[in-house]
Design a protein around this ligand. Sequence first.
Ligand code: PLP
Length: 460
Amino acid sequence: STEDKTPRTVGDTPKGGSVLGFYAAKGSPRPPRIARGEGVYLWDEGGHRFLDATAGAVVANIGHGNPRVLAAMQEQAARVTFAYPRFFESEQSIELADRVCALAGEGFDRAFFVSGGSEANESAIKLARQYAVVTGQPKRAKVISRNPSYHGSTLGALAVTGDAHTQSIYGPMVREMPKVSAPLSYRIPDGHTAESHALACADELETTIVREGADTVLAFIMEPIGGLSTGAAVAPAVYFERVRSICDRHGVLLIYDEIMSGAGRTGAFLAAHHWAGARPDFVTLAKGLAAGYTPLGALLVPDRIVDAVAGSGGFVHGHTYFTNPLSCAVANAVLGEVIEQDLVRRARDMGELLMARLREVAARSPIVGDVRGKGLFTAIEIVADKATKRQLPASFNAPARLTEHGLKHGIALYNRRANLGAFGDFQMITPPLTITPAEIDELADLLERSLRGLADEIAA
Ligand code: PLP
């Protein structure tokens, strides 16, 4: 039969149907069905084209359908796709570790490859813990993080994720870890400058370490620029220096979660490179590292940590797919593109152009209160009233509404739940780093049309 049996809403997904049967709210509209991708564009089965304005979930850093990556994938697949990494080394993983550590710079000597961001953060926390145990600090077991924050969806990563909604469901199953405030950039509290507010947030870390007992605190994990959590809010340089000096003073390891911000997205290979005083001990990467061609995450650490753990018999941790040769071959090809196309510099230059366009859109829109970010890691914030920065009610679900308007206008916008507090209803704008000036103009135009649709809906 040629009859279209595709269910129109998520609630009527048939047995054996889409993952969305688990994921989306019952009755919500079904998204288009993907057919292919090329460059910054995606096409659905009906032939509709969408500009991928967020690179999916901030993943497709080099765009879709890159021939060099596809060739590398094919070549490696023909050689070998899996060989258990405890039995066999692979040239691809060794090469990738060398290249990623060289790009990350001083202090990063070893890379541990896993299948994604959550696994990378689990690996960071567990390696930090094992390091503390083997160096005679067994009481150090608390990992402080920020509120809000997003570090992944596994139970360990959730323990350090600052998000009231997930906490309300999974709270009893995760060990509650101390949280400190993440600095705001738009709704800076009265009586504060951006600097004094950010320093107060950093000082909250020290107060918390002292209150918990410094000898019980293992690490502090933070996104240097938050994505899903703070919507690309950028703190002033003094914040990063202060956090580092507090961690130094109390022997606390500093972990930067660069799963979204890393791999060139902000106009530096690591966001940490923007601030000389940042100097994290551990960095986690994923997303842009293999740019969506294969699943891959990484933990980067200094020799001293691995040497100490190796001296006690090695890291008690692993996954079936760690150091996967196919993923590593793909990431090597992705890095080849990043370097040859000078995409880190491009992220900086195109980021300036994108921010300028977004500011023009914001000036014309009654509902865009803020434009923020660094490089091509940017966001706009949707408000009910620009003068007072008043927010829309969470029940209106502005990010999801904007995504729907976007799909109608041919622009794909990844979002998250509505209004998670003072960071507001932001929409990330994070296109592939390969985007051209003409495509940025098109992005801004499609976004503006979508925002107009949303503004009309709000006014109605
Ligand atoms: N950390 C950050 C900052 C993220 O943005 C994400 C994903 O969005 C994760 C961790 C989790 O990564 P994954 O979804 O690959 O497990």
